[in-house]
Design a binder for this molecule. Sequence first.
Ligand code: NAD
Ligand code: GLY
Length: 365
Amino acid sequence: MDVETVHIDLGERSYHIVIAEGLLTQSSIWSELPKSATALIVTNDVVAPLYLFSLKQVLSAQYAQVHTVVLPDGEAHKDWQTLNLIFDALLTHGCDRKTVMFALGGGVVGDMTGFAAASYMRGVPFVQVPTTLLSQVDSSVGGKTAINHPMGKNMIGAFYQPQLVVCDLTTLDTLPARELSAGLAEVIKYGPIADMQFLAWLEDNMDALLARDRKALSHAVKRSVEIKAWVVGQDEKESGLRAILNFGHTFGHAMEAGMGYGNWLHGEGVAAGMVMAAELSCRLGMVDQAFVQRLRRLIERAGLPVRGAVIDAKDNAGRYLELMRVDKKSEAGEIRFVLIDGPGKAVMRSAPDALVREVIDSCCA
Ligand code: NAD
Ligand code: GLY
C-alpha cells in the first residue's frame, strides 16, 4: 500500500500527515524530525503494551535518549492531575527546550501531550502518533490541545501545531469495535458539513470500514484529513469557519459531561448529537426530513447511537441547555449550533430555546 501524504498549510507551522500500514516500524518516516538528544514518548497503560516498544525502537535511531511516561487510560483522566505526570517526567528526565515529545495513543493522549508540549518551557516540538480512528481522522490534526474541567469539556487548552502526524493504519487492528465506531462518527461528520460525495462513498463502503479493510480505512482517513486541512488552513484558531468541524458536538459535549466523562464515548456523543443537530436544522427549514433520515441510517449502520442520552430524569432539556451554554461557541450565554444549511454546507446559528427543547425531547431515549 502506498504512503498517502496530506499537507497542512499554515505558513511556518505547516506539516505533513502521513497515512499507511506499518509506519511504526518504518525508519524513513521518522528521519526528518527536529534534531535533539532527547525524546519523550507519552502514552497510556492500554497502548503501551501494544506499541511502545516499536516506537521506542524506531526513535532510538534518532535520539540518544528516549524516555517514556505511561498515563492512566481514559477520558476521566484528561485532567490537571494526569497532565502533571507529563511535566513530572519532563523535569525528572532533565528535558530541555529541544526535547521532542511524541503522543502515542488516541485523542486523550494526543490532546494532553499537545497541551504539555505547548506549555513546557513555553513550547517544545511534538509529534502526533494517533492509534485510534478518531484521532487519525480528527484530533491529531489541527493543533487543538486541551484537558477537561468538571464544568466543561476541553475548557483548558491551547492551539499548538505538531511537527508531523503519523497515522499507522496497522494500529487500528487492535482497536475495540466500540472505539472504531466512535471514530466513524467523526468520519461521517465530514460528509454533511463539506462533501456529500464522501457521504455517498461512506454509504457504499461502511461494511468494508467496519471490517477494517485497509484500503477503505486509508481512503476514509485521507479524505477526512484533507477536509480538515482545508478548513484549518483557512481558520486555524476558529474565528469562524473552523467551528463547522463541531457539527454534532454541542449536543454531544453536553452528553459527555452530563453522563460523566468516559461513560459516553466522545464519538458516541457526536453521533447522537449530529442527529439532533440535523433535526434542529430540519425544524428550522434548512434541510428536509429525508436528509435527517439518511444521516441517521448511516450513523446507525456504523454501530453508533442515534438517540441522545437522558442526562437528567427531572428536566432533561433544561440540563442540556445549561451544559450547552458553557460550550466554547456560546456568545454572551447564547448557544450557537453548527447546523446544516442544505446537504454539504454547514453554518453557525442560534435557535430559540423552545425549539431546542422540542428537539431534545423528541431525540432522547
Ligand atoms: P481515547 O484516546 O480515549 O482512546 C480510546 C480508547 O482506545 C482508549 O481506551 C485507548 O487507550 C484505546 N486505544 C487507543 N489506541 C488503541 C489501539 N490501537 N488499540 C487498542 N486500544 C487503543 O479516545 P479517542 O476516541 O481516540 O479520542 C477522544 C478524545 O479526543 C476526546 O477527549 C476528545 O475531546 C478529543 N478530540 C479532540 C479533538 C481535537 O481537535 N483536538 C477532536 C476530536 C476529539
Ligand atoms: N475537532 C474540531 C476541530 O479540530 O476544530
